[in-house]
Ligand binder design. Structure first.
Ligand SMILES: Nc1nc2c(ncn2[C@@H]2O[C@H](COP(=O)(O)OP(=O)(O)OP(=O)(O)O)[C@@H](O)[C@H]2O)c(=O)[nH]1
Ligand SMILES: [Mg+2]
Length: 256
């Protein structure tokens, strides 16, 4: 049982993994060192490269580390949902999302958690002042900037980095967001949760992070992920505009 992070309480860092054998040990060790008050849950989708077994070795030596072995590759979003449910079952006050590939520096986590002391949701942001991206090719930079611009315009949501995956949520907020009904995968999962947080009127803070391109292992990014985000965001944005129009018309109808 952990004593908790000041102003936040018991924190669980969820790290989803699929074929991260070259990364999992290092990332978990960095988290444990950077935020000793936090527990770690590795959510592995039965990676063929043995990531799950490496994580088991880490867990055997440290009671603050747990490994969730899932049946097979079901996408990042599903792994997070299972992790959130586990955190709820085990009475955590906050959860953190973090990639295993080193793109999200555990050394920056105290800044996210400090911000969570006065917020419901904290987004690690590459696109606010002070945020940085290291070693990304131009096409990835354009995709991220363009994607975030589209999200902002389509949804009318003021966040600069709604696609990022380095985040902290209070469990109370996550509960109200009905996260278990999220069907989105990939980046869209992150946009979906940001959109739910925004619509619920939660305090969403963006904290600048330095995002580094993965050095080892294989990317799971695909064009299918981008296409999914595009169509879902377009549908949500259209629905939000229709709701706004209906709300604008309805008092006039009753007046008339
Ligand atoms: N459990 C689980 N984890 C996944 C799955 N897909 C991706 N991940 C993990 O989610 C995190 C982000 O995936 P990445 O491959 O880094 O995706 P990305 O950050 O969009 O792409 P690159 O950093 O460019 O490689 C990593 O820790 C992956 O191992 C999945 O289907 N199941
Ligand atoms: Mg990555």
């Amino acid at each position: 049982m952990s004593e908790g992070y000041p102003g936040v309480g018991r924190v669980l860092v969820i790290i989803p993994t699929y074929n991260e054998a070259d990364n999992v040990r290092h990332i978990v060790e960095r988290v444990r060192y950077a935020v000793p008050e936090a527990d770690v849950l590795v959510a592995d989708d039965n990676s063929p490269d043995g990531t799950g077994e490496i994580a088991d070795q880490l867990a055997a030596d440290d009671p603050r580390i747990t490994v969730m072995h899932r049946a097979g590759k079901q996408g990042l979003g599903m792994a997070y949902l299972a992790g959130f449910a586990w955190a709820k079952e085990h009475g955590y006050d906050a959860v953190v999302e973090m990639d295993a590939d080193g793109s999200h520096a555990p050394e920056e986590l105290p800044r996210l958690l400090d911000a969570l002391a006065d917020a419901d949701v904290v987004l690690g942001s590459r696109w606010v002042t002070g945020g940085k991206v290291l070693n990304w090719p131009v096409h990835r930079l354009l995709l991220s900037r363009g994607g975030n611009l589209y999200v902002r315009l389509a949804l009318g949501m003021p966040l600069r980095d709604a696609t990022g995956g380095y985040r902290a949520y209070r469990m109370t907020a996550l509960d109200k967001m009905d996260a278990e009904t999220v069907a989105s995968q990939g980046y869209c999962f992150q946009v979906d949760l940001a959109w739910r947080a925004h619509r619920n009127g939660f305090r969403v803070e963006e904290v600048p992070i330095t995002f580094a391109e993965r050095e080892r292992g294989v990317s799971k990014m695909s064009s299918a992920i981008v296409v999914e985000a595009l169509w879902r965001v377009t549908i949500w944005g259209t629905r939000a505009r229709l709701r706004a129009i209906r709300a604008w018309l309805s008092p006039r109808r009753t007046e008339g």
